[in-house]
Design a protein around this ligand. Structure first.
Ligand code: ADP
Length: 412
């Protein structure tokens, strides 16, 4: 809108300038022709008495003219006003504009007052004389009027822009209000629903445990049913707690408890926790380049982040592979760690999408592994609330590397 307004003001300024200039130019050309005609007449009839009106037909007292002979002698004139006469003489002195062409000249005096004149020239050729007429007009007032009009347009344009922006902002806000309302409600619903689901799920889980512990239930089929029930309830509990986490982060209701901690210690703990799971798949899980890395962060969340990455690395690496957790670098401002695997890898077109909620490259495989497509979305959220960065590099069939950069002192 600003650009559009500036364009309109510029075009209007140019249009006004052009119309004013062409009108004045026409007046000057007419005056030049009139003076030339009169001068020609008196050159051809030197005995006639000079009638000043023949020279100066215009009633406009801002017009002036000077007639010079070939040897620069002034033979006739209608003086420009005292304020601009010296300036006009200077212009004539250095005149090199083709005959008939109208030009504008500006000059500011010692006090900074600007004067503008428009001038043109015309040659008189009679049998025994060659003379040049310079006709001009003081257009200072016109030009300063134009300038003021342009300033007024700019100010008005700016005010109109402000009003239009305010109205636009107001109306757009009103239009978006129901949408924002619905979105807020939906976020609140997700948070409430996942929160409310936790208790019944915990009850079902405890009941299944109770039944399994009952020695009177001996039937293997019934025990299998109970085991299946427990495993499904466990998956659902995980999904619900993941949902709750993303819903809370959407509502900015995620509680974060920043403490001073050693990142390496957390990574070591995670390796210890995950080793039995890795061993089940005969995957070698190890730490590399470990040394002290003190940062300020939420201990539970950082642990959760590392678990998500290591868990994925194990999930998507075939039996007999390797997963390495490596402390890449530590300095006064940041600590960087990576989780690398020798697994199936991620295709380039999927790389950006893996951090999206519920995105799974291979849905069947993910479900089979107990995944719900929320892990990396949560990992990204945890990194975000720590003011850090997470990135992924991968090659299909060769492996994947997730890199996490955490600030020593996150801005929150
Ligand atoms: P999921 O619960 O399905 O693992 P995530 O959000 O953790 O969900 O991951 C999203 C998708 O990214 C996964 O379904 C998987 O296809 C892909 N992915 C994540 N980590 C890896 C990895 N280390 N190697 C290969 N693919 C991965």
């Amino acid at each position: 809108m600003c650009l559009f307004m500036a364009l309109i003001i510029f075009v209007m300024h140019m249009a006004m300038n052009w119309s004013m200039f062409s009108e004045q130019a026409q007046e000057l050309s007419d005056a030049a022709a009139g003076v030339a005609e009169a001068q020609t007449f008196y050159l051809q009839n030197p005995d006639d008495a000079v009638d000043e009106n023949r020279y100066y037909r215009s009633v406009n007292d801002r017009l002036f003219f000077y007639i010079f002979t070939e040897d620069k002698r002034l033979v006739r004139f209608e003086r420009a006003s005292f304020r601009i006469e010296q300036f006009v003489m200077d212009v004539i002195e250095t005149w090199n504009i083709p005959e008939g062409q109208v030009e504008t000249f500006s000059h500011s005096n010692e006090t900074g007052q600007l004067s503008t004149v428009m001038m043109t020239s015309k040659k008189i050729l009679t049998a025994d004389a060659v003379q040049t007429i310079y006709v001009g007009k003081d257009v200072t007032a016109l030009y300063s009027g134009l300038q003021k009009a342009t300033y007024a347009q700019i100010v008005l344009g700016f005010v109109a822009l402000l009003i239009a922006s305010a109205i636009g902002f107001f109306l757009a806000g009103k239009a978006l209000l129901p949408l924002k309302d619905a979105y807020d409600k939906q976020k609140q619903f997700a948070a409430d629903a996942s929160h409310e689901l936790r208790t019944p799920l915990a009850v079902v889980m405890a009941s299944a445990d109770l039944l399994l512990a009952d020695p009177s239930i001996k039937e293997p089929f019934l025990r299998q049913v109970l085991e299946d029930l427990k495993s499904e309830v466990k998956k659902m509990t995980n999904l619900v707690s993941d949902l709750l986490m993303v819903a809370r982060s959407d509502n900015n209701a995620l509680k974060v408890k920043i403490v001073r901690l050693d990142l390496t210690e957390i990574l070591k703990q995670v390796i210890r926790t995950m080793t039995p799971i890795a061993e089940k798949k005969n995957i070698h899980l190890s730490g590399e380049n470990f040394r002290k890395a003190i940062i300020n962060a939420d201990e539970q969340r950082i642990k959760q982040l590392a678990i998500i990455l290591v868990d994925n690395a194990i999930k998507y690496t075939p039996e007999g592979g390797a997963v390495v957790v490596r402390l890449e670098s530590v300095d006064n401002t940041r600590a960087v760690f990576a989780v690398m695997d020798s697994g199936i890898g991620i295709a380039p077109e999927d790389l950006d999408k893996v951090f999206e909620r519920f995105y799974r490259v291979d849905k069947a495989r993910s479900r089979e592994m107990g995944g719900n497509g929320l892990g990396l979305a949560i990992a990204a959220e945890i990194v975000k609330i720590h003011d850090g960065k997470i990135s992924v590099a991968s090659k299909l069939g060769e492996g994947t590397k997730f890199t996490v950069e955490l600030k020593v002192t996150p801005k929150r």
